[in-house]
Design a protein around this ligand. Structure first.
Ligand SMILES: *Cc1c(COP(=O)(O)O)cnc(C)c1O
Length: 378
C-alpha cells in the first residue's frame, strides 16, 4: 500500500489510471507539416499560429519542434498567451492578434512582443504609451480587406496616409490582413481581398506584408507576400479538402471498459436513441464529451462517425455520454477485450472527418480537447 502511494506521489495523476483517454502528439508529423507549408510558402517566411495553447496541443509540445525546424515568428491571441510563449521561444518574433488594449507597455518592451494594431484607437493608445516610455516600439498594422472582424478600414488607412503625426513615436514592422474564404479557392472574395490588400498597403509606408493563413498558402504565390501565418495545417487539419500532403499530428485513443451483446429491439445509451436492428456486439469506451469528444459526434442513425481498432472501422453509435461512448464492434474479427485501444482521432479516424460528423471543423475539435488525457509526445 505504501509502495502504491509512493508511486502516486512520484507520478502525475494521469499515470495511475488506464480508464481514461490517451492523447498522442506526433512531433515528427508536426515537423513534416511545418516543412511542407514552408515549401508551399515559396520565398515567404512561414510563421506559426499558436493561439489557444497551440490549438489545444500545448505550447511546450510544439514550440521546440517548430523552432528547430526554422520557425522564427509566432502569432497568439493576447498578451497572456504571448508571455507563456516567450518562455518557450526566447528569441522569436511574437505577435498578438488582439492588438494593444492598454496593458503595461513595459511588458511589451521587456518581452519584445509586437501587437497587431487593429484600429486607430489601438494605434493611438500604443503611440501614447510609447511616447511616455520614450521608446519607439515596433508594431504590426492589421488592415481589414473585407472580413469585417478586426482591422483598420479603408477610411482609417486614408486618415493614416494623410496624418503624419500618427506615425510618430512608434515603428511599423509588418502589415497583415486575414482572408475570409481561403478554404474555398474559387470564391471571388479571395481575389477581391488580395486586390484591396495591394491598394491599401500602397497607401502605407513600405513594410513586410502578410495575408495568407494555411488555406491562403494553397491559393498560390500571389497570396504569399513576405510572411505566411499557418495554424491548422501544422496540426494536421486539411486547410482545403483537396490537400493530402499533411500528416496527422494528434491521435486520440480511448480504452474499452466493457463489451456486451445486444439484440433486436434493445436500445443503447441516453434517450434510448439508438435502436438495435439485429444481434450486435458493442463496446463501451473511456472517452466522452467532457474530454472534448463532442456530443454531436454521436448519431442514432447512419452515417455514423467512425472510430477504428487496428485500422478496422467501428461506428460510434447512439448518444455520447460525459465520460463514455459506445462503438459497434460486430464486424471485427480480431480479439477484442477490455483494455483494447480504440482510435477516436488519428491516421484512420481523420480529424476533419470526425469534426464534420459532429457538425463542426477540426479547429473547434482540437481546441476543445480536454485535460483528462494522458498526453504523450512522440
Ligand atoms: C487563426 C488565424 C490564422 C491561422 O489560420 P489557420 O487557418 O489555422 O492556418 C491566421 N491569421 C489569423 C488572423 C488568425 O486569426
Amino acid at each position: 500500500m505504501t509502495e502504491f502511494l509512493n508511486d502516486i506521489s512520484t507520478n502525475t495523476v494521469s499515470d495511475v489510471s488506464n480508464a481514461m483517454g490517451r492523447l498522442e502528439i506526433n512531433r515528427s508529423a508536426l515537423a513534416h507539416n511545418y516543412e511542407t507549408m514552408s515549401q508551399k510558402s515559396g520565398t515567404a517566411r512561414t510563421a506559426a499560429v499558436v493561439k489557444a495553447n497551440a490549438y489545444g496541443l500545448g505550447l511546450e509540445n510544439v514550440i521546440p519542434t517548430l523552432i528547430s525546424h526554422g520557425c522564427e515568428a509566432f502569432f497568439v491571441a493576447n498578451l497572456v498567451e504571448a508571455i507563456s510563449l516567450r518562455q518557450h521561444a526566447p528569441k522569436a518574433d511574437i505577435y498578438i492578434f488582439n492588438g494593444y488594449t492598454g496593458e503595461d507597455i513595459d511588458v511589451f518592451k521587456s518581452e519584445k512582443i509586437f501587437p497587431c494594431l487593429n484600429s486607430l484607437h489601438q494605434l493611438i493608445l500604443w503611440q501614447t504609451e510609447c511616447q511616455k516610455l520614450g521608446v519607439a516600439l515596433p508594431a504590426c498594422l492589421n488592415i481589414d480587406t473585407g472580413f469585417n472582424r478586426l482591422g483598420l478600414c479603408e477610411a482609417d488607412i486614408l486618415t493614416l496616409s494623410e496624418t503624419n503625426d500618427l506615425w510618430n513615436g512608434w515603428t511599423l514592422n509588418l502589415i497583415m490582413s486575414h482572408l475570409a474564404c481561403a478554404d474555398t479557392p474559387t470564391h471571388p472574395m479571395n481575389q477581391a481581398q488580395r486586390e484591396r490588400f495591394l491598394n491599401m498597403t500602397a497607401m502605407l509606408p513600405p513594410a513586410p506584408r502578410s495575408l495568407a493563413n494555411s488555406a491562403g498558402v494553397l491559393l498560390g504565390a500571389d497570396f504569399h507576400f513576405d510572411l505566411t501565418r499557418c495554424g491548422i495545417s501544422l496540426y494536421g487539419g486539411a486547410p482545403q479538402s483537396t490537400d493530402t500532403a499533411l500528416e496527422s499530428v494528434v491521435s486520440l485513443y480511448g480504452y474499452i471498459l466493457q463489451i456486451k451483446e445486444v439484440s433486436k429491439g434493445d436500445t443503447v445509451g441516453y434517450g434510448a436513441a439508438y435502436i438495435v436492428q439485429s444481434e450486435q456486439k458493442i463496446a463501451i469506451v473511456s472517452v466522452g464529451y467532457a474530454d472534448g469528444f463532442l456530443r454531436s459526434t454521436g448519431h442514432a442513425h447512419p452515417p455514423y462517425a467512425l472510430a477504428h481498432i487496428n485500422g478496422h472501422p467501428t461506428p460510434i453509435i447512439g448518444r455520447i455520454s460525459m465520460d463514455l461512448l459506445a462503438i459497434d464492434i460486430t464486424s471485427i474479427e480480431d480479439q477484442i477485450e477490455p483494455g483494447t485501444m480504440v482510435e477516436l482521432l488519428g491516421k484512420t479516424s481523420l480529424i476533419d472527418a470526425v469534426a464534420s460528423q459532429a457538425g463542426t471543423i477540426s479547429y473547434e475539435l482540437l481546441t476543445g480537447l480536454g485535460n483528462r488525457y494522458k498526453r504523450i509526445c512522440l
